[in-house]
Design a protein around this ligand. Structure first.
Ligand code: ADP
Ligand code: SF4
Length: 677
C-alpha cells in the first residue's frame, strides 16, 4: 500500500553539516547494556533499525578515555583501535541499511567511579560519586589540556570508524555539565564564574571537534533546553548558551532537565510529546536543525512536530526499540502495524542492571545477532495445527508468531476478553497504555485467516485432548497468592483472618475494600503502589507497608521510584518502610521491623497482599503429569504459568515458542558474543 502523501515531510532528506540524513527518523543515543561488551550484538541491533527505516542511528554514551568508566554498565568506548574495529561493525551495519551513524562522545566526570579502570575520576571540583564511597579529583590545567586531547583523539577515532555524526555532550550531569553548573563549579580560573567561562570547555571541544573531523562528520550537541535546575544552570542561562554555542554545531539534540520525571518518564506519569513546549524555541535560537524525543508513536504527532517548526527530526529511543520498522510501516502506508511502545521502561531497567536491552513489546530486541531473530520475519513452517490455551501476552504472541509461520492456530481463553493480565492491569491507574500489548497482537491476528480466537472457552484437559491439535501450548498465567508468602515471608502470614484479605486479582476483578486499608507490598514493583493509589483515589485511608526502604523499590531501575513515592505521599498514603506483616486477625494488624523484629499493632479494616504469584499450571500438569517427556513432545507451558515474571518475559516466551515449534529446539543454541583467546 502507498503511504498517505500527508506524511511525505517525514521522508524528506535533510542536510546536517557535511552529511545528509535520508529522512526525519532519528534514533537518538540510547543505552543498550551491550556497549563495548557485546559488539556483534550491538551492531546487529543498530543495523536492524537502519533496515527498518531510521535515517540516523546513534550509539549509546561512548567513553573517550578510561577515566570515564561506568562499569558494570556496558557503555560504548573509543579508547583505542580495537574499539574502532568493533564500532566499525556497527557503522557498517547502519550504512548497509542506508542510515547515518552517530556517536555520542562522553566523559562521565564525577558521575563515574571507574570501578574497572581504577583511575581516579575527574571533576570540576572534588565531589562524592552518586553511589560509591569515592570522590572525584579536581581537574587542574594539565587535566583540562589532557581531556581536550582525549576528546580530539576520540573524535578522530570516530571518524576512522566511519561515523557520520559526532556528539559533544554537555548534559545529563556528566563532566561538561559540571563545568556548566553554578553550584558545582567553584573555579577561579577561566573555566569558572561567568556563564561564558563555565561553557568555555564545551566551546573549545566544539571548535576542536570541528577542526579535527568537521570536514567529514557533522557535529551534534546533546543539550538540556531548560538548564539543569536553577542552582546549576537556569532556563535563561541555557537559552543564552544555546544562542551563543548554536552556530558551532550542525545539529542540536534537545533534552530537558528533569530526566526521570519528564524525558525518560514512563506512561504512568507522562504522555506522548511531553517535551514539545520546552523545546519549541530552540530551533529559532540556534538557527540549526533540531531533534528531540517524546515517545512518539503516532505519525500524526510526528508530522505536527515538523509542520509547526518545533523539530526537524523525530527523535526516538524507546519507540525505535519497540518497533525498529516504525518508519517503514509509515512509508508503506500501514501505520496500524506499528508496535507501539507502552512506556514501561523495562528496556531501561535492564541496561540499568548491566544486562542487555529487552523490550516488553518487541521480543526480538537484543536477539538479532545471538538468536538471529528479525522483528518482522519468522521462519516458515511445514504447517500443522496448534491449540493455545490462554490469550494473555504469552498466548497472543505465540498465536501471532505461529500464524505468521503458516500454522492453523486456535487460541482459546476462558475470559470474555483477550489479553489476560494485560487487560486487567491496564485498567489500573496509569497503566492504560499497556493495553497496546494486547491490541497490537489482536490487530495482527485479526488479519490472519489461519488464526481463530475463541473467547469464553474455559478448557479442561479432556477438551484439550479432544480438540486433537498437532501441538498444544498452555499459557494459562498465574494468580496472586492470598497467604502473604513471598520474598520476605516464605511460609506466608501465620495468623491470617482471611475474611478481609484481598489479592490484586480481587481488586482487578472489581472488589473494593472499605475503610482503613493496608497494602502489604513484598513484590516491590508497580502493583503495590498502583493499588494503593487506586484505593486512595476512592477515598480509603491507605497505609502502604513494605519490607524495602522505599515504595516500589524495584522501580528504581525503571526510573519510576521517586515519582511513585511522591505520588503516594501527595495522595495522603502513609508509607511504612522496612516493615513486614506478622499477623492480621480481628481487624488488628501486627507489623514487624525487618531489622529488629520489634512488633507494633495497628487497626485495619482490610489488607491487600501483594507478595507473589502462583503459576496456574493445573491444566498443564493434568495433560503431562510430573514428567513432560511421558506426554509426547508437543505440549508446552509458556509464560506466567511456567514462570511468573514481567509481561516482557511472557511475550518473549510466547515468541520463542512460536518460532521454535516444529523445528529442532533452539537449533545450534544461543550464540555467545565474547572474545575467545
Ligand atoms: P501470560 O502472562 O503468561 O500470558 P496471563 O495470566 O496474562 O498469562 O493470561 C492467562 C490467560 O489464560 C487468562 O486470560 C486466563 O483467562 C486464561 N486461562 C487460564 N486457564 C484457562 C483454561 N483452562 N482455559 C482457557 N483459558 C484459560
Ligand atoms: Fe517501550 Fe517498554 Fe519496550 Fe522500553 S520496554 S521500548 S518502554 S515498550
Amino acid at each position: 500500500m502507498a503511504r498517505d502523501p500527508r506524511f511525505d515531510p517525514l521522508f524528506e532528506p535533510m542536510r546536517i553539516g557535511p552529511v545528509t540524513a535520508p529522512n526525519r527518523f532519528y534514533q537518538v543515543p540510547h543505552c543498550t547494556g551491550m556497549g563495548h561488551a557485546l559488539p556483534q550484538t550491538l551492531a546487529a541491533m543498530r543495523g536492524m533499525k537502519a533496515q527498518g527505516g531510521w535515517g540516523v542511528v546513534c550509539t549509546e554514551y561512548c567513553s573517550i578515555h578510561p577515566s570515564s568508566d561506568d562499569h558494570p554498565h556496558p557503555f560504548a568506548s573509543l579508547w583505542d583501535d580495537g574499539d574502532v574495529r568493533n564500532l566499525t561493525l556497527m557503522t557498517d551495519a547502519v550504512h548497509a541499511g542506508g542510515a547515518l551513524a552517530g556517536v555520542e562522545l562522553w566523559h562521565g566526570g564525577s558521575f563515574v567511579s571507574n570501578l574497572a579502570s581504577r583511575l581516579p575520576s575527574l571533576g570540576v571540583r572534588s565531589m562524592p560519586n552518586r553511589t560509591e564511597p569515592v570522590q572525584s579529583r579536581r581537574m587542574d590545567r594539565r587535566d583540562i589540556r589532557e581531556f581536550r586531547r582525549w576528546h580530539r583523539a576520540a573524535a578522530l577515532r570516530a571518524r576512522d570508524a566511519a561515523f557520520d555524526i559526532v556528539y559533544v555532550y554537555p548534559t545529563h550531569g556528566y563532566l561538561l555539565s559540571e563545568f556548566f553548573s553554578r553550584a558545582l563549579n567553584d573555579r577561579s580560573d577561566e573555566y569558572g564564574g561567568s556563564l561564558e567561562n563555565r561553557m568555555r570547555l564545551t566551546r573549545e571541544l566544539l571548535e576542536e571537534t570541528r577542526d579535527s573531523v568537521g570536514d567529514r562528520c557533522a557535529i551534534a550537541v546533546r543539550f538540556s533546553v531548560d538548564g539543569h535546575g536553577d542552582e546549576h544552570l537556569s532556563g535563561d542561562e541555557a537559552s543564552d548558551a544555546l544562542a551563543s554555542l548554536g552556530p558551532l554545531a550542525d545539529l542540536w539534540d534537545l533534552v530537558v532537565a528533569d530526566y526521570y520525571g519528564e524525558e525518560m518518564a514512563t506512561s504512568r506519569f507522562v504522555q506522548e510529546g511531553a517535551l514539545e513546549a520546552k523545546v519549541a524555541h530552540a530551533r529559532r535560537v540556534t538557527g540549526k536543525p533540531v531533534v528531540s524525543v517524546g515517545r512518539f508513536t503516532s505519525p500524526d504527532t510526528m508530522l505536527r512536530q515538523l509542520r509547526t517548526g518545533v523539530l526537524d527530526f523525530i527523535g526516538a529511543a524507546r519507540p525505535s526499540i519497540a518497533d525498529p520498522f516504525l518508519p517503514t510501516k509509515i512509508r508503506e502506508g500501514r501505520p496500524e502495524d506499528i508496535r507501539e511502545c507502552i512506556g514501561c521502561n523495562v528496556c531501561y531497567a535492564h541496561n540499568f542492571r548491566g544486562s542487555p536491552l529487552r523490550c516488553t513489546q518487541n521480543p526480538t530486541m537484543g536477539e538479532e545477532w545471538r538468536s538471529g531473530w528479525h522483528p518482522e520475519r519468522v521462519p516458515p513452517s511445514a504447517g500443522g495445527s496448534v491449540l493455545i490455551v490462554g490469550a494473555g501476552p504469552a498466548g497472543l504472541e505465540a498465536a501471532m508468531t505461529l500464524g505468521r509461520r503458516g500454522f492453523t492456530v486456535a487460541l482459546a481463553d476462558g475470559a470474555e476478553r483477550a489479553g489476560g493480565r494485560v487487560t486487567l492491569e491496564s485498567q489500573l491507574p496509569g497503566l492504560a497504555e499497556w493495553s497496546r500489548v494486547r491490541d497490537y497482537r489482536l490487530g495482527q491476528i485479526g488479519q490472519m485467516a489461519n488464526v481463530s480466537l475463541y473467547l469464553g472457552n474455559q478448557l479442561s484437559a479432556n477438551d484439550v485432548r479432544e480438540f486433537g491439535a498437532d501441538h498444544i501450548l498452555i499459557a494459562t498465567g498465574a494468580r496472586w497468592r492470598r497467604d502473604g508468602s513471598g520474598r520476605t515471608l516464605v511460609r506466608g502470614i501465620s495468623r491470617l483472618d482471611t475474611a478481609n484479605v484481598y489479592s490484586p486479582d480481587d481488586l482487578m476483578a472489581g472488589a473494593r475494600p472499605e475503610g482503613r486499608v493496608v497494602v502489604f507490598d513484598d513484590d516491590n514493583y508497580y502493583m503495590g503502589p498502583v493499588l494503593a493509589l487506586l484505593l486512595a483515589r476512592l477515598g480509603r485511608t491507605v497505609t502502604y507497608v513494605t519490607p524495602e526502604g522505599r515504595a516500589g523499590a524495584w522501580s528504581h531501575y525503571t526510573g519510576e521510584q521517586e515519582a511513585t513515592q511522591a505520588q503516594l505521599l501527595a495522595r495522603g498514603v502513609e508509607i511504612i518502610a522496612n516493615t513486614s506483616v506478622e499477623a492480621f486477625d480481628e481487624y488488628r494488624l501486627t507489623l514487624a521491623c525487618v531489622f529488629s523484629g520489634a512488633t507494633r499493632v495497628r487497626d485495619a479494616d482490610a489488607v491487600v497482599l501483594v507478595t507473589s504469584r502462583e503459576p496456574e499450571e493445573g491444566l498443564y500438569r493434568e495433560l503431562v503429569g510430573e514428567d513432560p517427556q511421558d506426554a509426547g513432545p508437543s505440549i508446552e507451558a509458556i509464560g506466567d504459568c511456567l514462570q511468573p515474571a514481567l509481561i516482557a518475559n511472557a511475550v518473549y516466551a510466547g515468541h520463542r515458542a512460536g518460532r521454535e515449534l516444529g523445528s529442532a529446539r533452539g537449533a545450534g543454541g544461543l550464540r555467545r558474543d565474547r572474545l575467545v583467546v
